[in-house]
Design a protein around this ligand. Structure first.
Ligand code: ZN
Ligand code: ZN
Length: 182
């Protein structure tokens, strides 16, 4: 299993070929760090299983990727591990084809990427697929109770004294019912 390489257009034929490679995590982590909140970190190079073939000038790709990712929960701010897996399928066409139909490619054509020159650089395409695999709002679990808005305590670990004081006894009974049902 090698590091991602650029594919030469002439090596992509009508016959389906499958390759396995790993993609370095550094660049995708740099992109993730640029976001407003640093929610994800890719722990190591991620594995890609990719099939490709050509039909005319269009190049067809399908496959899957697997990444070891640490996420920061949007509610309780604890780090947790997510194994990210994504199946993908996309087509890329020569850049010149983008205007053939009398209009430029729009944002709606996102799945329809373009290539230029003799090679296809798989790295940016694979980084995009990995970013798409990450949920927009990471939660350590669906039932995460988050942090107390008053004292900042992690309510998954311990109910803090603020919540005990303000909780209506009828609500308390309802909550313990829900907990025991889980
Ligand atoms: Zn959480
Ligand atoms: Zn509190």
């Amino acid at each position: 299993m090698g590091i991602a390489v650029k594919l030469r257009i002439e090596d992509i034929s009508a016959r389906v070929r499958t390759i396995d490679f790993v993609e370095p995590e550094t660049e995708v982590n740099r992109l993730l760090a640029q976001g407003p909140i640093r929610e994800y970190r890719v722990e190591r190079p991620f594995a890609v299983h990719l099939s490709h073939y050509r039909s005319g000038m269009e190049l067809f790709f399908s496959g899957s990727l697997t990444a070891d990712v640490t996420a920061t929960c949007a509610r309780c701010a604890e780090d947790f591990n997510v194994a990210s897996y994504r199946d993908f399928r996309f087509v890329i066409a020569p850049k010149s084809m983008g205007e053939v139909n009398g209009r430029d490619l729009t944002a709606e054509d996102l799945e329809f990427s373009v290539y230029e020159g003799e090679e296809v650089d798989l790295s940016p395409l694979m980084r995009e697929q990995l970013l798409l695999a990450l949920p927009t709002r990471p939660l350590c679990r669906e039932s995460c109770r988050g942090l107390c808005s008053q004292c900042g305590a992690n309510l998954n670990l311990n109910p803090c004294s603020c919540s005990i004081q303000t909780l209506d006894p009828r609500l308390e009974a309802l909550r313990s019912l829900k907990v025991s049902r889980r």
